[in-house]
Design a protein around this ligand. Sequence first.
Ligand code: ZN
Length: 316
Amino acid sequence: MAAGGAFEACPLCGRELQPTRVRAFDRLITGDGPFTVRECRSCRFGVTDPQLRGGELERYYGAPYCEGFYDHADAAPSGLLERARGRFRRRAAARRFARKPFASPGLKPGRVLDVGCGSGELLAHYAALGWQTFGIDPAESAVAAAARAGASVHLGTLDDQPWPAERFELITFSHSLEHIPEPLDALRSARALLVPGGLIAVTLPNWSCWQRHLFANRWFHLDLPRHLQHFSPRALAVASTALELEALDIATSSTVISVAYSLHYVIAGRWTPGWKLWLAYALGATAFPPVAAVNALLGGDCCYALLRRPAGAATS
Ligand SMILES: [Zn+2]
């Protein structure tokens, strides 16, 4: 990485990164910015510029983000609308977990590790299916919430994880890989933790989707500067090839809520709880049928990969 916190070249393929028109502020917590994204046009992979690291990022993961936005808090929400939002989120999560890449034919319960496990919702889903559940998260509030959900959780990252090689049948990254400073290193570490034939399931926003072009700097999934990288199906394929992981399935998927959140940023400019948020939910619900139709044609706002460590392959 060059001085000033910017990658000089694409971390996936080494080609030169090109400027984009993205100039966006942190709309969720601080209002800081603008941050920009440079991209590798070959991999369709974006890199946030500047790349904040370690302590520089702490102020962008305040309590409102971790405990409110991702429901790490122990206390139940109080208002009627907040409770409705919580129910919607849980139902949407359950639907997401029941689909690819988290559900896959022939996937039998074993040991699953969720990297960036947050409040442990995905692990609770696997526990109910008979899996032994393990998690990693750098946020103390997340670790406490995931432990309450019954998982064995390591406070930290893949760099300091405590497990021996070839420990897990499945490792999941649910909207976490884009927050990790060195995503290829993270996938390489995960590969070493997999039994031969074990699977890695990744979901994250789709940098090459039409919604990103439509909403531009107000696209909800930009989430600068927390999203350090911006993947696409092509970038996931390049990464899997580089790491000698077998790509069983790479595709796009659609989330319902992100349209409402992008509309919220169009209306309010930044995350603003209250009537502007509820208006965005109403508009998002109205807009979703046509959005879903265009997603089906042009690809969804998120993408996923189900990758397999080849059976008999050495740890690299
Ligand atoms: Zn590249």
